[in-house]
Design a protein around this ligand. Sequence first.
Ligand code: PLP
Length: 450
Amino acid sequence: MKSTKDMAKRDFGSFHASNVQELLSLSNEEYVPHQIPFALPSFSDLDKDSNGELLFGRQMKSTFFLLEESCCFLNHGAFGASLKPALETARKWQLYTEEQPLRFYDRELMPLLVHVCRRMAAFVSCSPTDLVLVNNATFGVNSVLNSFPWSAGDVILTFNITYGAVKKLVKHICLKTGAINREVELKFPVQGRKEIVDVLRTHLDACDIKLVVIDHIPSNAPVVLPVREMVQLCRQRQVRVLVDGAHALGALPLDLTDLDPDYYVSNCHKWLCSPKGAAILYVRPDVQAEVRPAVISHGLGSGFSSEFVWAGLHDYSPLLALHTVLDFWEALTPSAIRKYIQQLLKDATDLLIKCWGTRLPAPLDMFGPMALVELPESIHQMFNTIDYSAAETVQNALYHDFNIEVPIKSLQGRLYVRISAHIHNQLDEYEKLGGAVLAISGRAGNSGVP
Ligand SMILES: Cc1ncc(COP(=O)(O)O)c(C=O)c1O
């Protein structure tokens, strides 16, 4: 068996990327990481209260994020918010790159990326040879759908709540290949997970489907879909399944080996709080040979990992900064982070439901780090038609008049606020939201305009 030391003697570089595969295949005992050329931040000394509990909320926001203090930022789900120390690490990588660009790109980058990939694979419980680092979920989904061996008439199943850009990609693929898109409607309010599994089963039984696309946490209606059961249904029928988990990494515990989808995509720059431009794509070993990266470069023909590792010359610092992101998560522990998020989301939804006299479109335990809460009747009465434009009007009023950043969604004839909860949020922000929505509807009631 070769050791990392033997391999390190060989050159890497964008033109000879095959060693990547070998380094990823080494066992943890055999693998020796490439040295990181500067010190990474340490999180051994985190601020705690007198009971030894971590100080989440405002304290976390000012210490670890660049978010404006004055902004009530309840839309982490849109573009995430990057950890300050991870941005500093990314900056260090950029500066280091420029000290000797050839040394960095040709000799060091590949083994450095292997190291990050191995850590990410451990975080999501899969083999590092089944995971590649990409720049965003969009790249991952494009790679999978463009590579799929479509024939005219093949059916691809999506849902009404599939991410908008992915719906467009599916339409494009269908136009190009003659495949057919069948869109399944999930209706809200939804009573429970079984309802969703049953809808999928009905469609799988009704027609011959080649690929199902499941959003683990859909953007517009962020209930956590029962992907475990849904993937199992597909696998039992030998239907391929792509899970778009753009929102899942960090938000939910992920065990990809156990979940066993054909393809799984997730962003690091949303709930994991990495610098922008970091995501993962998992592909099950038996279908890897089929999957080509959305951008073809030097790695073509050198194996799954090597094909994805180099997407042309670009800034790889967001990927390399994942070390700091993972160090942060390990120091706080994913369970403590998610416990805070879940409690905050529960408290926030309780508060808003009480404040507005409304409801959630699904049981609370179906939501992850985001929830939809129906807006009060008084808001609905402001509009003749409940549509995207009504939602936008309320969203803009919240932003411009109250400095609250939160999306309003129009879903099957009702308006909802989609709140996010992360470690930088705290309950008084949702109190402010509750009052602002009532103020907007009160203002409309008095003057006839919002
Ligand atoms: C479900 C889902 N898929 C894909 C994406 C695209 O992510 P990105 O723009 O980082 O590629 C998003 C973004 O919000 C999303 O919510």
